[in-house]
Design a protein around this ligand. Structure first.
Ligand code: ADP
Ligand code: MG
Length: 480
């Protein structure tokens, strides 16, 4: 197999392997280099880590000091960066003589969805091997990543409708869902669902022309085609598709010419009965400077929204990821992550990787403080995206029918003091703010007061059902 054709290792031309990696004077083949690196990693890593995290690795050597290592998903990236960067750097320097740290990238992102690898087919009959190979090829040329399947997608109230619509399209049901427009915040599964549609269709109809690409790639190719004067080729490629999946169309903001081209491609496809699926991080009508005719075109099929998952779904997602990655962390920690990270599944995965890494190093019990420390940057990102203390104060004041000013006042009758404590408790649970910040926001109280409030509410919740329900209801309301 030619590794270049297979998206394999690319070394700069004329590059020679280091002596400790290959016989003097021998030019190392790309696949050989990959295998040697895997072997070196295997010696240094414990258990089956090499198999699990590096098996699908692909290398692109840009120059002596810059190697890019492509791995299947962002989770692989995180895990490798957290755990194996020194070993990987060492192995690359041994085999390829590269200095410097490698860049670790997800195939389905930086590479524009083009570098896609399949899990190795199990030993099968010749015929099914050939079929698997054919499928692998068509998935790859369609820009699809085999890891994003419906099987691996956890369904909850937040995504049920979007999931059902995607399944219907994937099953080839002639739907009125054309185009299907999926919108929702970052990390909520838009790309995953689109890729799953593409894969199911290709599995059922290997001859279907399925194209997945990001809107950015579409735009870049369009500009290039204009520059090179081969717009016809460009048009033929996309307008021949049976299924066109265009990710992140909010990228069309401010790009008039691309919008125009997109509009025509789109009309051609819809007129020809091809299925179109689009995703965006916001509703079409909120994409700035998107031409009205495109907005109405985008919305003329079915529009579905992905919401952030509820707590139970977040826990189910974490459990599913633990199974997939074959890692285990205690239930308490799963719950902790799920409670604290609420707005983005990608971030949830990142936190799980961190904690599972810590756990796998056998460093023992984790206290809340230690977890917070480990997840500091992730929690900070999350805090920026989620409920503020302000919102909590308003919601709680509203719920208990007290004045907002009482959240910060010195007044202490129980009918005011307790709601205030509930608000502090929820601020602690939901905002990621420090004790000091929370105290500040409640009329300059000290952090001891916040600790006391949290303990008090915890205690009361254990004995008083009504309070427990009230706090749960408030949590839901704040969670949307
Ligand atoms: P988006 O395209 O909306 O930014 P992605 O589809 O890239 O989000 O999802 C981010 C990560 O979260 C991916 O690894 C994806 O597999 C995972 N993910 C998102 N939603 C779910 C879900 N419901 N079940 C399982 N994994 C999910
Ligand atoms: Mg995406």
């Amino acid at each position: 197999m030619s590794s270049r054709e297979e998206g394999g290792v690319t070394t700069p031309s004329g590059r020679r392997a280091r002596e400790d990696a290959a016989p003097t004077g021998a030019r190392i083949s790309t696949e050989e280099a990959r295998i040697q690196i895997l072997k070196l990693l295997d010696v240094r890593l414990s258990g089956d880590a090499t198999e699990r995290w590096f098996k699908h690795m692909q290398l692109v050597v840009e120059d002596k000091n810059q190697v890019s290592v492509f791995v299947p998903t962002e989770t692989h990236v995180l895990w490798i960066q957290e755990n194996f960067l020194p070993e990987l750097t060492h192995a690359l320097s041994q085999v390829l003589g590269c200095g410097g740290r490698p860049r670790v990238l997800a195939m389905n992102g930086a590479a524009g969805g083009q570098l896609t690898l399949l899990e190795e087919p199990k030993r099968q009959s010749r015929a099914s091997e050939a079929a698997a190979e054919a499928l692998s090829k068509s998935l790859k040329s369609s820009g699809l990543n085999q890891l994003y399947t419906f099987d691996r997608f956890v369904v909850g109230g937040n995504n049920q409708f979007a999931h059902a619509a995607c399944k219907a399209i994937a099953a080839g049901v002639r739907t009125a869902y054309n185009p299907l427009f999926i919108h929702g915040g970052s990390g909520l599964g838009k790309t995953h669902l689109m890729q799953a549609i593409g894969q199911d269709i290709l599995k059922a109809r290997p001859d279907a022309k399925v194209i997945y690409l990001t809107c950015e790639k579409f735009t870049n190719e369009f500009i290039l085609a204009v520059q090179k004067g081969n717009l016809d080729n460009f048009r033929r490629r996309y307008r021949r598709a049976n299924v066109l999946l265009v990710d992140d169309v909010q990228f069309l903001t401010g790009k008039e010419k691309s919008q125009e081209e997109f509009f025509h491609t789109f009309n051609t496809l819809l007129d020809g009965q091809a299925q179109v699926v689009l995703s965006s991080d916001r509703p079409a009508s909120e994409i700035q400077t998107l031409e009205p005719r495109l907005v109405s075109r985008f919305e003329c099929g079915l529009t579905v929204a992905l919401q952030p998952p509820q707590l139970e779904t977040r826990i189910a997602i974490l459990r599913r990821k633990m199974e997939e990655w074959e890692v285990k962390i205690p239930d308490d920690w799963v719950r902790f992550i799920a409670q604290r990270i609420r707005s983005n599944v990608r971030r949830l995965e990142g936190a799980l990787v961190r904690i599972a890494t810590f756990n796998s190093l056998g460093q023992g019990e984790l206290s809340t403080e230690r977890i917070e420390d480990l997840l500091r940057d992730i929690l900070r990102e999350e805090a920026a995206a989620k409920v503020t203390i302000d919102t909590i104060q308003k919601t709680v004041a509203d719920y208990y029918d007290i004045r907002l000013a009482d959240m910060t006042s010195r007044r202490r009758p129980a009918n005011i003091a307790f709601p205030r404590q509930v608000a502090m408790y929820l601020s602690r649970k939901l905002t990621g703010g420090s004790l000091v910040e929370i105290g500040e926001a409640f009329g300059g109280r000290d952090h001891g007061t916040v600790i006391h409030a949290c303990k008090k509410v915890d205690q009361v919740m254990q004995t008083d059902d009504q309070v427990r329900q009230a706090v749960a209801a408030l949590g839901d309301r704040l969670n949307r």
